[in-house]
Design a protein. Structure first.
Length: 460
């Protein structure tokens, strides 16, 4: 009996000593033969789905600039590095950075985590599928190596990364992977048709806006002065919505119907609206004349006198979504990024067909002003206060409604002709619940639901 107890005790002690000794060993090797580029290629090779990526190595001229501009890191002290990133509004990105010592790794890790958080927040509402990809992204540190993993299978990516530091690393397929990955982003802005009217004739906006005529009440024009609102900014009409940080001094593209190629051809929403209301276009030229001419033809094509304000609002909302594409180049980290200089105003949105949120909201504001529908623009933020965002509010039957045309036109939509109405005439509470932030003391509270899309479609 005593012998059995002694043997059992010895066995337990032996087992404990083995466990303690194994806890002190790191199963991953910190000194490996793989370069950062080979590690990244191994990770990508293991993925079953890979978006087109551009490789960027430490030896490339743009590497140091990318580190500073995108990651906010100094490339000094980085002894090895490989960054494979997608263009435009594609989120996939796999990077491995090797520092000269372990003490630098936490700094690199913190910077990459901050970048991942910012990028996810920036894609909120604009590119839901890509934002979901970023939400699964992670940063992993092994010794003096730090990896950013934003891909379709993050778990597999982490496993492959760890395998690169094991005694049995995965095979290297450098040539094959590089040939498959180096694909330039083919996205280009849709050129403006020669005849605007032909473009409008192909749309079904009028049918969409009038198919429920019996259900939509007729309303009179609202001509009262705009409610003054700003989320820390002044944004009363379309003229005030342009992005303050955007440089508008550029030469007009030769493939557009602009009437001037002068460098200092600025869009001025106040001048455009005054010309429309006074019916005197004689002082207009360049971008201002091009915008007003375009808007006048749109109104003539999709708006009728029998329409209620709600029907007019819906027609404009749907037309803008069909007409405009979000300017994906704004989120392009590559050296060839080419965001439209006019993407924050109606000229870029309506004639170039490329816009950011200010381009969408200022175009909507301009149309509402021209149609006499009471409308304001709210400048605020999305998800976090380092992500500027803008949307609109309209007054129907004396009650305010919120409208976010930009977020109703998300990239990665299920089909090209997809039009969302998730943010059409919603409440302020709905906006809060969907990551919209603004100075609420300076904005009216939207509580009405009568003309929400849910109520109109019978889902409310």
């Amino acid at each position: 009996m005593k012998t059995t107890k002694t043997n059992r005790l010895l066995y337990l002690l032996l087992l404990l000593s083995l466990l303690l000794s194994s806890c002190g060993r790191d199963p991953l090797r910190e000194n490996i033969e793989y370069s950062p580029a080979q590690i990244v290629e191994a990770i990508i090779s293991a993925q079953t789905k890979v978006d087109p990526l551009s490789p960027l190595l430490l030896s490339d001229d743009y590497f140091a600039e990318y580190m500073q501009k995108v990651y906010h890191l100094d490339s000094e002290g980085i002894t090895g590095g490989a960054i494979y990133y997608a263009g435009a509004m594609m989120a996939q990105e796999i990077a491995v950075l090797q520092s000269d010592n372990k003490s630098s790794a936490p700094v690199i890790e913190a910077a990459l985590r901050a970048y991942l958080h910012y990028r996810e927040a920036a894609f909120e509402g604009y590119a839901p599928t890509q934002q979901a990809l970023l939400s699964k992204g992670t940063v992993v540190t092994i010794g003096n190596y730090v990896a950013l993993l934003v891909c379709h299978d993050t778990t597999l990516a982490k496993q492959t990364l760890q395998q690169c530091f094991s005694k049995e690393p995965p095979p290297i397929l450098s040539d094959v992977v590089l040939a498959a990955l180096f694909v330039e982003d083919p996205s280009e802005a849709t050129p403006l048709p020669k005849e605007i009217e032909e473009e409008l004739d192909e749309t079904d906006i009028l049918n969409d806006a009038t198919k429920n005529d019996e259900q939509l009440p007729q309303e009179s024009m609202v001509t009262d002065p705009d409610y003054e609102i700003a989320s820390g900014h002044e944004a009363d009409t379309a003229a005030d919505v342009a992005d303050e940080e955007m440089d508008f001094t550029h030469e007009a593209s030769t493939d557009l119907t602009s009437t001037t190629d002068e460098v200092h051809d600025f869009y001025d929403g106040t001048v455009v609206l005054e010309a429309w209301l006074s019916n005197d276009w004689s002082a207009l030229e360049g971008k201002n004349l091009a915008v007003l001419s375009f808007c006048a033809e749109v109104i003539d094509s999709i708006i009728t006198v029998e329409m209620s304000d709600l029907q007019k609002e819906l027609a404009v909302h749907d037309f803008l979504i069909e007409r405009i594409d979000y300017d994906r180049e704004v989120y392009n980290n590559g050296p060839d990024a080419s965001p439209d200089p006019d993407n924050a105003n109606p000229y870029g949105a309506l004639l170039h067909q490329r816009a950011i949120c200010y381009g969408y909201s200022s175009s909507f504001q301009l149309f509402m002003d021209m149609l006499g529908i009471k409308c304001i623009t709210v400048k605020g933020f999305s998800r976090a206060k380092d992500n500027d965002h803008a949307w609109n509010m309209v007054m129907l039957d004396g009650e305010w409604y919120c409208v976010d045309v930009t977020w109703d036109d998300p990239t990665g939509a299920p089909r090209d002709d997809y039009i969302s109405h998730d943010f059409f005439n919603v409440t302020s509470k709905y906006m809060r619940d969907t990551q919209h932030i603004w100075d609420e003391a300076s904005a009216p509270e939207a509580t009405a639901t009568k003309y929400s899309w849910a109520a109109m479609s019978g889902r409310g």
